[in-house]
Design a protein around this ligand. Structure first.
Ligand code: HEC
Length: 403
């Protein structure tokens, strides 16, 4: 409850307001890149759309928050809550949402699902009951918040109109940053582009600021941070990734125009025209002929999948790695070995009857069925062929980011 109490005197909470002046000398760091490695081409990316239950007729989708177990889809006027891939409830609320995130609770216990509305307020959706205003819990009751992102290490970062606020559970620090063009957070760093001055990434623990030159085409890029804290930047023309020496390197030239960037576990996703792509250890792969909307936003998922939010509609995609089985091959295995206990309201507690449930519970299923081999329980047979099918099906996505 530390933050709750300290936040009660918000003015005093604003510990420092150090200006994040991005010195132009930092721009001397040249953009490495022309030497992008010409490794053997990787096979194209194959993605599969994860069938996701419909919450019925709700307004357009504006944002999504996904903590792995819970997915909350923020529609104009309502939020649909999915637990382990099943629709749990719909909470009506007269808000227009602009952003949403799963954030560490300000007292450090658990994760909060928080929406940001068009008035700049933070509203938490508790496990049960209505939205509650929580700007004050993060020391931001007088601020208009534009977006909120978890820092990945017990804190949260907020974009205000000309400032960045970082709440670490003890204190809230606000940094003047100028008009923010883009903003990202993760792995204890906050990255941003402000006022055409270049890119910055702030290490929250040390308060060290690293500057990067803007990529050559000058547009304010989309930003993301990998689980290891490396900065990714996507301009319409190209994707850059920070190397071990802190230099942004060209990794990929867009075939069309990059318009989405998100980190999901060990994988970074991007949207390029009407295709999806991933940046992984081995390199970059793109789909061929995915025919997705040419404008949209990507949102990461701890499962390794990605959400595509375009024109008020939300879809979820999984990467097919190594051509594992499709849901059509898993459904009979489920019927043979799991259905007895894992139908809706079955004695197994979790409903595993839908692809959405398998997507949400991929890690738990891999652990129980493949690693520990204690599902199904002793006495209930699962043939080795069926176990191998399940392993291939759940093993396709990368494990969530390690801490
Ligand atoms: C005879 C009943 C039974 C069968 C058959 C069964 N389970 Fe379970 N399962 C349970 C029960 C009871 C629990 C909750 C207690 C526990 O976690 O051990 C559970 C828990 C789980 C969990 C953990 C859920 C969580 O939220 O962590 C997973 C994953 C799971 N089962 C997967 C499967 C899969 C996949 C199959 C089929 C291959 C299967 N189970 C077959 C009874 C069953």
């Amino acid at each position: 409850m530390t933050l709750l109490r300290r936040a009660a005197s918000a003015a005093a909470l604003v510990l420092s307001s150090s200006a994040l002046a991005l010195s132009s000398s930092a721009l001397a760091l040249s953009l490495a890149g022309c030497a992008a490695q010409a490794a053997a081409p990787l096979p194209p990316l194959v993605v599969r759309e994860v069938a996701w239950p419909s919450p019925g007729e709700l307004g357009p989708v504006r944002a999504v928050a996904d903590d792995g177990r819970r997915v909350v889809v923020f529609h104009d006027g309502a939020a649909a809550v999915f637990v382990n891939g099943a629709l749990a409830r719909v909470e009506r609320a007269p808000h227009r949402w602009v952003s949403a995130a799963a954030l560490p609770a300000p007292d450090g216990y658990g994760t909060w699902i928080v929406g940001v509305d068009a008035e700049g307020r933070l509203l938490r959706l508790p496990g049960q009951g209505a939205f509650e205003a929580v700007s004050d819990r993060y020391g931001l009751e007088r601020a208009a918040v534009r977006s909120a992102i978890g820092l990945g290490e017990g804190g949260a970062a907020f974009a205000l109109d000309r400032e960045i606020a970082v709440a670490d559970g003890e204190t809230v620090t606000r940094y003047a940053a100028g008009p923010l063009a883009t903003f990202a957070a993760g792995a204890g760093r906050v990255a941003f582009a402000a006022g055409g001055d270049g890119l910055g990434a702030l290490d929250v623990a040390t308060r060290a600021l690293r500057s990067y030159p803007l990529p050559a085409d000058g547009a304010a890029p989309l930003l993301a941070l990998t689980g290891a804290g490396a900065l990714l930047a996507a301009t319409p023309a190209a994707l850059y990734a920070e190397d071990g020496a802190g230099v942004l390197r060209l990794r990929f030239r867009a075939r069309a125009a990059l318009h989405g960037l998100a980190v999901s576990g060990d994988r970074a996703w991007f949207a390029d025209g009407d295709e999806l792509g991933v940046l992984e250890q081995a390199g970059v792969r793109e789909t061929r002929g995915a025919r997705l909307p040419r404008a949209g936003r990507l949102v990461g998922s701890p499962s390794g999948d990605v959400w595509l939010l375009a024109s008020g509609a939300l879809r979820r995609f999984a990467a097919e790695d190594g051509g594992g089985p499709a849901w059509g091959e898993i459904a009979p295995v489920f019927a043979r070995a799991c259905a007895r206990c894992h139908r809706p309201r079955g004695e197994g507690g979790v409903d595993l009857s839908t692809p959405a449930a398998w997507a949400s519970l991929r890690e738990a299923i891999a652990r129980r069925v493949v690693d520990e081999r204690n599902m199904p329980p002793p006495g209930y047979a699962l043939s080795e062929a069926d176990r191998a099918r399940i392993r291939a099906f759940v093993g396709r996505a990368a494990p969530p980011a390690r801490r």
